[in-house]
Ligand binder design. Sequence first.
Ligand SMILES: [Zn+2]
Length: 103
Amino acid sequence: MAIASVPTDPTTCVLCGGATRRTRTSLTFERGDLRVIVENVPVTRCDACDEQYVAGPIGLVLSDDVDRILGALETTLTETGALTRPRSLVVQASEIEDLAVAV
Ligand SMILES: [Zn+2]
């Protein structure tokens, strides 16, 4: 599934010109064998080709916060010597402090 970061939500798809609508989706971020899944992220999705757009501020905050979450997860796993896999964490977009303003 494709996702693009854009300054503002497009009303028509940049790729195919199709109609878009606002919706929410889950985004998965991976670093090594660690995975963070952020649920209920507001996106704009093309009805025709399924391209998804994340508006600028949300995309920036999201990638910063996910970096921070991945770093914390990595530290915790290293310190506790946890061996369970997959090393994944599911968070709600509204639980991410800086993102709560945008969603
Ligand atoms: Zn499209």
